[in-house]
Design a protein around this ligand. Structure first.
Ligand code: PBG
Length: 329
């Protein structure tokens, strides 16, 4: 028999013949217990407010946030990442509402903790941009630059009030140098040794955060390029990673997810702590917008993007589709 008679000698397609076969040989599986739902709660509203750039996502009232937390738990979702949206009149240069024990985020943490206790991992964004009138992630110096070390003092206070309110995990997302260490110290010195730090380790200055500005009502002037990372860089992420680990990060995160899967894979290879990826507002909006136009199959695109993020090495994925996807799994 000629070589060509039996060609091709290897037939990878055999393992793709039936759904059962494909399921059996799948190397990556999604599970609800690795999904985290980011959620926005806005002060002073009677009804949830839709976010037009994120169809299907709302700014919650305190009440509907509690319900969303219960639904997430019932679907088997791992946790919830809370973002507070204060009344406009409460925004100021120092982001005072972010450290007010009765500020919206702290109130929401207490609400959710009372509602679901320890059955969801309750996380909070630890950053000033939701509370500052200029929209930057820190306080400004006399020349209008984000002042790293003055911001760290604010972050230490934020860590304490969020922990006092009952959060399990704080998520510093401001990309200030030394933030993880300062927050760890602040937690330890205030009796919150058991509160974990999920460090936004590799956080890029991304155009894909666009819809988030509407979600938190931010009126950012300028951009975040002096503190968030340049999309061109890889080694910089590994440097941020070693610093965060040395400062005491319990978990690390890469953000955004899809345009940075190479970073995610490198980070996942080089650490011995859990790695999260954040599928951000713009990633959500792209899929929803294309699907609304009939240009892509929404459900398949969602599952494919999440599978890709998991395959690249994420142990946890923050996604606005968390509850919906968890129900389907
Ligand atoms: C900062 C923060 C941002 C996001 C999460 N935390 C915005 C930013 O850094 O500009 C973005 C999340 C998303 O786009 O879904 N508080």
């Amino acid at each position: 028999m000629s070589t060509y008679g039996t060609f091709p000698g290897a037939r990878p397609r055999r393992l793709r013949t039936t759904p059962a076969m494909r399921r059996m040989v799948a190397e990556t599986r999604l599970h609800p217990a690795e999904l985290i739902l980011p959620a926005f709660v806005r002060e002073g509203i009677g009804e949830p407010v839709p976010i037009s750039a994120m169809p299907g996502v709302v700014q919650h009232t305190r009440d509907t946030l509690r319900k969303a937390a219960v639904e997430a738990r019932e679907a088997g979702v791992a946790g919830i990442m809370l973002f507070g949206v204060p009344e406009d009149a409460k925004k100021d240069a120092a982001g005072t509402a972010g450290t007010d024990p009765d500020g919206i985020l702290q109130v929401a943490i207490r609400d959710v903790r009372a509602e679901v206790g320890d059955e969801l991992v309750i996380m909070s964004d630890l950053c000033l941009d939701e509370y500052t009138d200029h929209g930057h992630c820190g306080v400004l110096d006399s020349e209008g630059r984000v002042d790293n070390d003055a911001t760290l003092e604010r972050y230490a206070e934020m860590a304490q009030v969020q922990a006092d309110a009952g959060v399990h995990v704080v998520g510093p997302s401001g990309m200030m140098d030394g933030q993880v260490g300062v927050i760890r110290d602040a937690l330890d010195q205030t009796g919150h040794e058991d509160v974990s730090v999920l460090a936004y380790t590799a956080k890029y200055a991304s155009a894909f955060y666009g819809p988030f500005r509407e979600a938190v009502g931010s009126s950012l002037q300028g951009d975040r390029k002096t503190y968030q990372q340049d999309p061109a860089n890889v080694r910089e992420s590994l440097r941020e990673l070693s610093l965060d680990l040395a400062e005491g990060a319990d978990m690390v995160m890469v953000k955004p997810a899809l345009p940075y899967l190479d970073i995610l894979a490198k980070v996942a290879e080089s650490v011995d702590v859990p790695v999260a990826a954040y599928q951000i507002s713009g990633e959500y909006a792209m899929v929803e917008a294309a699907a609304a136009n009939g240009w892509i199959d929404r459900d398949r695109a969602i599952m494919e993007s999440l599978t890709g993020i998991k395959r690249a090495g994420a142990n946890m994925i923050l996604t606005y589709w968390a509850t919906e996807v968890a129900r389907q799994l």
